[in-house]
Ligand binder design. Structure first.
Ligand SMILES: *Cc1c(COP(=O)(O)O)cnc(C)c1O
Length: 367
């Protein structure tokens, strides 16, 4: 049986990658902000339409180190409908996550519920642009100004997304991207922080490279989270093909939508106004009350045919073993409900229309 995975990493032609890494054999410069690192940094600043960027070893370190660089205290408002990384990055900085619910339309933070969670201990908001859907950046900006809070976006899903013609990484104090193998754009593992304030960038740089500033100068207490030259070379190659890759994803999603629209019991992802999407994911909500079939049954049916959809995100982070004794997921009821209904369907640039049909046939017949 042919298996269809939920995703498949984008890779350049082998020859293209070999050509890109050839000069590393001349220089023997494998890491530490080499030529490839600097070239990718330049190209991403342009592609993402941002002022400033720091490349890092992965998206998690982008989040963890940008939070650390802000010297935050106390509580941070975030959502539980996300990947483990978002909540862990807050907790690993000694901060307390306060979970805000999501809205049922685009699954990002419900901005009408943020203010009631703000206390005198609140120092920041960490919203997530889930599935590439853009948060209500304007309202978040207003609230953060009113209460003097920092905003760090988890932008792991929004590579290349723009809002009102502006790169999504230019909103908030910092936006953290992931270039993990499974994301729309990958550097094998990798990530970046886009930021507003140059001083913050300096702090993040210190944190990613032991605080080393010169041969004999160590300015700060830092870790090691550098992107190496092989990662950067992968990024340079993948970036050449990114528009084509996103275009292919768009076609696949169009087809999925055509097949699954207007079906009782199925809710498709929203289409946002003034957003240029990257077509990162295709989440579908299954409503048992309307169709008689729940998400887990559909998940199982697909699996029996060798199709691996993903319960993304389930469980909520406030239900994890390591957090559940401190939180009650009933306090984020919309997130809880969406997490029980959602399935992200297989999606990658080279997924064939034949496979999409097969997946949709199983879903439609299964309902
Ligand atoms: C992938 C991801 C991360 C972490 O990125 P890595 O590069 O895997 O460390 C963080 N947040 C979200 C929402 C993600 O999907």
């Amino acid at each position: 049986m042919k298996e269809i995975m939920v995703t498949r990493s984008s890779m350049p032609q082998l020859e293209e990658y070999v050509e890109e890494i050839k000069d590393i054999w001349d220089t023997h410069w494998l890491t530490n902000m080499g030529v490839k690192h600097r070239e990718l940094e330049r190209k991403l600043t342009e592609y993402l339409d941002v002022e400033n960027i720091e490349l890092l070893s992965n998206g998690h370190m982008a989040l963890e180190l940008s939070i650390q660089a802000m010297n935050l205290q106390g509580e941070v408002i975030t959502t539980p409908f996300t990947f483990a990384s978002t909540t862990h990055a807050i907790v690993r900085n000694g901060l307390v996550p306060v979970f805000c619910d999501i809205n049922p339309i685009d699954f990002t933070i419900d901005v009408t519920k943020i203010e009631e969670l703000i206390t005198d201990k609140t120092s920041a908001i960490v919203p997530v642009h889930v599935y590439g859907n853009v948060c209500n950046v304007e309202e978040i900006e207003r609230i953060s100004r009113k209460y003097g809070l920092k905003v760090i976006y988890d932008a792991a899903h929004t590579f290349g997304v723009t809002y009102k013609g502006k790169g999504i990484g230019s909103f908030g104090d910092a936006s953290c991207f992931s270039f993990h193998a499974t994301k729309v754009f990958n550097t094998i593992e990798g990530g970046a922080v886009c930021y507003r304030d140059k001083e913050l960038g300096d702090k993040i740089y210190n944190l990613k490279n032991f605080g080393i500033r010169g041969e004999e100068s160590v300015e700060g207490v830092g870790a090691n989270a550098k992107m190496n030259e092989f990662q950067a070379a992968m990024g340079i190659c993948n970036l050449r093909h990114i528009d084509e890759e996103i275009g292919k994803r768009e076609k696949i999603i169009k087809y999925y939508r055509e097949r699954l629209k207007n079906i009782e019991g199925i809710q498709l992802n929203c289409v946002q106004k003034e957003v240029k999407s990257n077509f990162a994911y295709f989440p579908v909500l299954f409503d048992e009350k309307k169709s008689g079939k729940n998400r887990d049954e559909i998940f199982k049916k697909l699996k029996e045919s060798g199709i691996y959809a993903r319960k993304y995100f389930y469980p909520l982070t406030n239900m994890f073993e390591c957090y559940k004794k401190y939180y009650n997921s009933m306090e984020t009821p919309v997130a809880l409900e969406v997490s029980k209904k959602v399935l992200t369907l297989p999606l990658y640039a080279d997924l064939s229309i034949g496979d999409v049909n097969k997946i949709c046939d199983i879903i439609v017949e299964g309902l």
